[in-house]
Design a protein. Structure first.
Length: 335
């Protein structure tokens, strides 16, 4: 027999989902069977799977130590080890509920095709160590592409993660990106309001998203401001604020206005990408998540304003393009 007490990071979830996390090798059908036969009780009584747990609840599992061990660790034994030693992380903000990480480029944020590749989530979890709770794991509230650097938020408590997820879902988060683009916008400030559609399985994989008025396309809007341009008008630094969270939104919207981002292998111009690679050593898309502003997900009277400085590789590219660096400082002071 094992009795577990429900703390704040385990509260709020359904009993069956809690058990699936606590016993990762148990199928959902197995969990239902344990509840139905009384092998698992909530506060001393048989319970339905969809009951929501509250802080202070007691969950009792009437299982032998051997059976408990099999159900609790079976899936974990199958997980492939990850190479986590290659990246050092910088934390921009941390409290009991929220962690803001300065994501370096070329680091995936969550597990993908290669089970041995280090991920941002893995590295953060190792860095901050164990958190309170039996089933909760610190998790990302949103995503950045592999090649994009800058601010990314994680919930390091269950209330923090729920609040962050809700804020992104309700679009109450202000995200500010910096991008070096080919060409100069016709207007200093403009909005791209154009729906986006993912490519179907049979289409090319390079440009996976496009502007489309197909019925399946999703609404997307991006506010863009010109910060500075090179003297010859070949390049400009722009600030982009997406008002929706679609895949590749900023990249596709800027390309639709004939302002492809420098270094973008999917939506940029190959000849310009080769020039910046040879001239400035830039091997990625010049897109940086410079700032995130929102109300604190647990303490709404507090506002969070987290900023990430432009990395060295992007500063070199800015210098190569002859775009005034002072524009970066002015954007950082913008409200």
């Amino acid at each position: 027999m094992r009795e577990v007490a429900i703390g704040p990071n385990d509260a709020g979830q359904r009993l069956d989902r809690f058990l699936r996390k606590l016993l990762p090798s148990a199928t959902l059908g197995h969990v239902f069977k344990l509840l139905r036969k009384g092998n698992v009780k909530l506060n001393g009584r048989k319970s339905k799977p969809d009951v929501r747990l509250t802080e202070g609840d007691k969950v009792t599992l009437f299982l032998s130590p051997e059976r408990m061990g099999d159900l609790a660790t079976g899936r974990a034994r199958q997980a492939a080890p990850r190479n986590r030693s290659r990246k050092a992380l910088t934390f921009l903000y941390r409290d009991d509920h929220v962690l803001a990480v300065d994501k370096p480029p070329f680091l995936v944020v969550q597990p993908g095709g290669d089970p041995t590749e280090a991920t941002l989530e893995d590295l953060v979890r190792e860095s901050i160590g164990p958190v309170e709770g039996l089933t909760f794991r610190p998790s990302l509230a949103h995503r950045l592409d592999r090649g994009t650097s800058g601010v990314i938020l994680m919930g390091i408590s269950a209330p923090g993660l729920r609040g962050l997820t809700q804020a992104f879902r309700e679009q109450t988060v202000t995200k500010t990106y910096l991008a070096l683009v080919e060409g100069v916008p016709r207007e200093p400030q403009f909005t791209v309001d154009a729906p986006l559609l993912r490519a179907s399985a049979g289409e090319g994989q390079a440009a996976r998203v496009r502007v489309s008025h197909h019925p399946d396309a999703l609404a997307a809007r991006t506010e863009v401001s010109l910060l500075a341009a090179s003297p010859d008008g070949r390049y400009s630094l722009v600030q982009a604020r997406p008002k929706s969270g679609r895949t590749h939104q900023i990249r596709v919207h800027l390309r639709s206005k004939n302002l492809p981002i420098v270094g973008d292998g999917a939506y940029g111009r190959p000849q310009v990408n080769r020039l910046v690679k040879d001239g400035a050593g830039l091997w990625r898309t010049f897109l940086h998540a410079a700032r995130i502003q929102l109300r604190h997900p647990v303490e709404p009277e507090q506002r969070l304003d987290v900023r990430s400085p432009l990395p060295d590789d992007l500063l070199r590219a800015l210098k190569w393009a002859k775009v005034p660096r002072a524009a970066v400082s002015s954007s950082e002071g913008d409200s």
